[in-house]
Design a protein around this ligand. Structure first.
Ligand code: UDP
Length: 313
């Protein structure tokens, strides 16, 4: 039986990854300090193949059994969280990644880091291929996340080239779906909750900034394919077909929920990227991966998981 360690395994993406790995017959050791993750995301899992370790990856990670894969997903990934806890964000990206790589080296395991489209910052190349170096403000409010992830990529490549660790780097673009934390603050979950509660949807700026949204099941399938490939260079995982403005996203959520909520416009956060869309040519070529679930279908699935019926179109 293969054994996988998933840091951040109680979080939104981490818990879905635990499910997929268990489905593929892995033993899964979930490492999470529950800062932004929740045991609720794991409540449906039982059996000896699953173990939970309440641990902050900023401290060294000890596992007393063989490990085949280390999936390092632990992070404060929402802008709301990394602005609330900037030092913790820098530490989990730096010390946390160092410790997770140390575990992979010790166990001779394949290592996957969940990097981010934020390494491209406010991009001046559109869509973003992996060869684009990005446009990041290192001392701006988002720098604590963006630069920690950029450092994490540098550290990961160095462990690969200098220490012989078998590593891969997933650059994850905006993802949505069941188990996103209610107060996570990201646009998709914020809009869904506001629409369901009949509250105004808070569109920041004029809402013309774009994001490309990938449904969680597609994303997790991409991570697994990358981990089980022989690839070492970064690979974008995201949905290029669903680049929408935040205004369009808010309107789509209102339509699909059948909500009567209005829109309110609030200040645009500092350094908020104007556009974002992955070039997934590499994922197609190297992994044979592409997303299958379109935005409206994904939003409907999410609503059903929340126990709500989507509005008839
Ligand atoms: N946003 C918004 N209303 C909200 C939350 C976010 O208009 O209630 C905007 C935010 O300014 C950004 C986009 O939605 O332009 C995506 O933000 P999110 O926090 O989802 O993730 P990001 O892609 O910025 O990391």
């Amino acid at each position: 039986m293969l054994t996988s360690v998933v840091t951040g395994g109680a979080g939104f993406l981490g818990s879905h990854l635990c499910d997929l790995l268990l489905g593929h017959g892995h033993r899964v050791i979930c490492v999470d300090n529950l800062e932004t993750g929740s045991l609720e995301n794991l409540a449906h899992i039982s059996g000896d193949e699953f173990a939970f370790l309440n641990h902050n990856v900023v401290e060294p990670i000890h596992v007393d059994e063989p490990v085949d894969y280390v999936f390092h997903l632990a992070a404060l990934a929402s802008p709301v969280d990394y602005l609330r806890a900037p030092l913790a964000s820098l530490k989990v990206g730096s010390y946390g990644t160092h410790n997770a790589l140390g575990l992979a080296k010790w166990k001779r395991a394949r290592f996957l880091i969940s990097s981010t489209s934020e390494v491209y910052g406010d991009p001046q190349v559109h869509p973003q291929p992996e060869t684009y170096w990005g446009n990041v403000n290192p001392i701006g409010p988002r720098g604590v996340y963006d630069e920690a992830k950029r450092y994490a990529e540098a550290l990961t490549m160095t462990y690969h080239t200098q220490q012989g660790v078998d590593t891969c780097i997933a650059r994850i673009f905006n993802t949505y779906g069941p188990r996103m934390r209610r107060n996570d603050g990201r646009a998709s979950v914020q809009f869904i909750n506001q629409a369901l509660e009949g509250k105004p949807l808070t569109v920041y700026g004029d809402g013309s900034q774009t994001r490309s949204l990938c449904y969680v099941d597609d994303l997790i399938r991409g991570l697994y394919l990358l981990a089980t490939s022989g690839e070492h260079l970064p690979v974008n995982i995201g949905n290029p077909d669903h680049e929408v403005t935040m205004l369009e996203l808010a309107q789509t959520v209102i339509r699909i929920t059948g909500s009567t909520s209005e829109l309110v416009f609030e200040a645009l956060p500092t350094d908020d990227p104007q556009v974002r869309r992955p070039d997934i040519t590499r994922a197609r070529q190297v992994l044979g991966w592409e997303p299958e679930i379109d935005l409206e279908e994904g939003l409907r699935r999410w609503l059903k998981a929340l126990g709500r019926e989507p509005a008839a179109v």
